[in-house]
Design a protein around this ligand. Structure first.
Ligand SMILES: N[C@@H](CCSC[C@H]1O[C@@H](n2cnc3c(=O)[nH]cnc32)[C@H](O)[C@@H]1O)C(=O)O
Ligand SMILES: [Zn+2]
Length: 432
């Protein structure tokens, strides 16, 4: 049995304390075998140097569209509906499976570099995403995004079938690192008749749901008008608020919807950068936390962010969380770190996000030897307010080292960038 000892560093523990400790990783089972005082942790077969570093749980990006890296910087400074319809969807319509593969690999490269070890992806040509995840060594919950508006009945049903098929076929892929979900894009972009027909099919097979909810007022108002109820009441009626389900955004939620989320155990993935950039609004994050809702953190796609750096996202979450409450003590650093690790992992149904014996060995080692991380009064504060993705020295997932000393081992970084650059330009050219 191969054991890898992460030695010489400080370790962030589940109670948010930081202690000098070593971590022993079982590379075969992919679990953390031991963590504690260097004298008490058994020897490993190999060592990974964590001196001057902080070993933390790998970050979990609980909502993104990884292949959208190809659209990074393509269309900015516009509100959601116009941005999707006028700019994003026309180019996405040109994406081939090879484009999605190239964009996803670029996304995975960026994730590994910035200490992200797991993510949720909603996109299309998802079989490419499965393969890319398998090769790159990350963990993911994946699904095919359904949009029925603007499609005829046959096209709409095909989309729904496709999402069910992807969820059924790929669950458990990549040695169990891949899980799936049924993914209607949102409550307004998928027609009620399709939700009524296909959600029960997903439920029968025990498949979880992931969708965008309450992102903008333009999305909430039509449901209130047409259904006479709040979007999440409508979702509950459609059996879309199970404990295993997770919704992206949750910006415009009223207090009854917050209670509903807490009661049903449905998780919310907060996407602060996307919400600010598309001027969607400020999510009531502190209220969600106070109500006991599981809150994770996501970047959303890189066309509305424009990066996949979850450190950035943590800072944004803390900043906008305070602004939303007009209270500087709201959404403090510790709760933000929890959101980006345990919260996101729990939303995705992975036993990751905490450094403890038996948990998945999904880890990042942050280099503390930097001017912008000096002095070391409070390392949890640093993770949220001062650190950035480029501070990550090593990244591990499922007990395997994906990046060692800033060198990504599972992807050819140069080739990935070159391919993405070329494919992005060609797709845009076809669309225009
Ligand atoms: N099968 C669908 C694609 C859905 S994938 C998920 C979609 O979510 C879109 N998307 C990205 N960011 C956001 C957001 O913030 N809100 C809503 N949709 C988004 C993204 O462009 C992508 O088309 C089709 O054929 O059109
Ligand atoms: Zn999204």
């Amino acid at each position: 049995m191969t054991k890898l000892r992460i030695a010489g560093g400080q370790v962030l523990r589940p109670d948010a304390s930081v202690e000098r400790a070593d971590v022993l990783v079982d590379s075969e089972s992919g679990d953390i075998a031991a963590v504690g005082d260097p004298d008490e942790v058994p020897e490993g077969d190999e060592t990974l140097d964590a001196e001057d570093g902080l070993v933390m749980p790998g970050l979990v990006n609980a909502h993104t569209h990884a292949a959208m890296t190809l659209l990074r910087g393509y269309a900015d400074d516009k509100e959601l509906d116009a941005w999707l319809q006028e700019d994003i969807w026309p180019v996405e319509a040109e994406f081939t499976p090879e484009d999605v593969r190239a964009g996803t690999e670029l996304g995975l490269l960026e994730m590994i570099r910035s200490g992200t070890t797991a993510f949720a992806d909603m996109y299309f040509h998802e079989e490419e995403v499965v393969e890319a995840v398998e090769d790159a060594g990350l963990r993911a919950r994946l699904g095919y995004g359904i949009v029925t508006v603007g499609k005829d009945e046959e096209g709409a049903r095909e989309d729904c079938e496709q999402s069910l098929e992807v969820a059924r076929e790929f669950d458990g892929a990549a040695d169990g690192r891949v899980k799936t979900a049924f993914m209607p894009h949102s409550l307004t972009t998928v027609g009620e008749e399709y939700l009524r027909e296909f959600v029960p099919e997903a439920r029968e097979d025990g498949i979880a749901l992931h969708y965008h909810a309450n992102e903008t007022t333009d999305e909430v108002d039509p449901i209130v008008e047409e259904e006479g109820q709040r979007p999440l009441d409508y979702a509950r009626e459609l059996d879309m608020t199970d404990e295993s389900d997770f919704v992206a955004h949750g910006v415009h939620l009223d207090s009854t919807e917050i209670d509903l989320l807490a009661e049903t155990g449905t998780s919310v993935v907060h996407c602060p950068a996307s919400n600010m950039k598309l001027a969607s609004g400020m999510a009531p994050v502190q209220k969600l936390l106070d109500a006991g809702v599981t809150v994770g953190l996501g970047t959303d796609g890189t066309a509305s962010n424009n990066d996949l750096d979850v450190f950035d996202e943590m800072r944004d979450a803390a900043m906008v969380g305070k602004l939303a409450e007009n209270d500087a003590s709201a959404v403090p650093a510790e709760s933000v770190v929890r959101m980006a690790t345990e919260g996101s992992a729990s939303a995705l149904g992975f036993d990751s996000g905490r450094i403890e014996e038996g948990a998945n060995a999904d880890l990042a080692v942050v280099d503390l030897d930097a001017a912008h991380l000096t002095p070391h009064h409070d390392l949890v504060s640093h993770l949220v307010y001062a650190a950035r993705g480029s501070d990550v020295r090593h990244t591990l997932c499922d007990g395997a080292v994906l990046m060692r000393d800033r060198e990504v081992l599972t992807l050819d970084a140069e080739a990935v960038r070159e391919r993405a650059e070329r494919r992005a330009a060609a797709a845009v050219e076809r669309a225009e």
